[in-house]
Design a protein around this ligand. Structure first.
Ligand code: ZN
Length: 159
């Protein structure tokens, strides 16, 4: 267990494409554990490996209120997007800011789990938004490029 340093916007690693994971190794296992620790510590609902400086296609998400339902996605690939939602979005790599982003309301994703078995995950609303946001990170895309209007300052009103 270890907390890793979260890379902040302006760090060019966030704009690079991540490489697929070919096999599960102790290094990748540790990366996943550290990413979960780092996400929970920062009170985020998702984290992608490039955000901790590793250009591998690994994403962790937990949108549950209790923070006890982690989803680990390796080499995720969007299979289907449906509908539309417009709402506020933030990112651990863009601290203190939020902006309005329109995303699909439903997303279906194929990925590998920690045992390198194929899984399909799907969901709506916040989970669908998190899937799209985190998978964008693997392509070097930050949500700020999709914000409608201005980025807002959140420093005074975080929950
Ligand atoms: Zn993000």
């Amino acid at each position: 267990m270890a907390i890793r340093k979260i890379r902040i916007i302006g760090d060019e690693i966030l704009e690079h494409k991540s490489k697929p994971v070919k096999e599960m190794t102790p290094r990748i296992k540790t990366l996943i554990e550290d990413m979960l620790d780092t996400m929970y510590e920062a009170q985020g609902v998702g984290l992608a490996a490039p955000q901790v400086g590793i250009l591998k296609q690994v994403v962790v998400i937990d949108v549950s209120p209790e923070g006890d339902s982690p989803v680990v996605l390796i080499n995720p690939e969007i299979l289907e997007l449906k509908g539309e939602q417009t709402g506020q979005e933030g990112c651990l790599s863009v601290p203190g800011k939020a902006g309005i982003v329109t995303r699909a309301n439903y997303a279906k994703v194929k990925a590998l789990n920690e045992d390198m078995e194929e899984i399909i995950v799907e969901g709506e609303e916040l989970f669908a938004r998190a899937l799209q946001h985190e998978i964008d990170h693997l392509s070097g895309i930050l949500y700020v490029s999709k914000v409608e209007g201005e980025l807002e300052d959140m420093s005074m009103e975080e929950e």
